[in-house]
Design a protein around this ligand. Structure first.
Ligand code: ZN
Length: 72
């Protein structure tokens, strides 16, 4: 039997933590923030705490590193 990747039952919103790979209820997950406070990853509480130890998740960057061009 193949287990569904995201939903394991209809009552609960179950997600896979992208860090530890465990199935976690959405209500028990948190978005980490990157160094500019932008939501970065949705992780379970344990992984969130570890990821945010340094105050932010991901690599540090400043505005000069952003290569996003507005196309509107
Ligand atoms: Zn996790």
């Amino acid at each position: 039997m193949i287990k569904p990747n995201v939903y394991t039952n209809e009552d609960k919103d179950i997600r896979i933590c992208s860090e530890c790979g465990k199935e976690v209820e959405r209500a028990d997950m948190l978005f980490t923030k990157d160094c500019r406070g932008i939501p970065f990853r949705l992780l379970c509480w344990n992984c969130y705490e570890v990821a945010m130890l340094g105050g932010y998740d991901g690599e540090y960057y400043d505005e000069s590193d952003e290569q996003i061009e507005a196309d509107y």
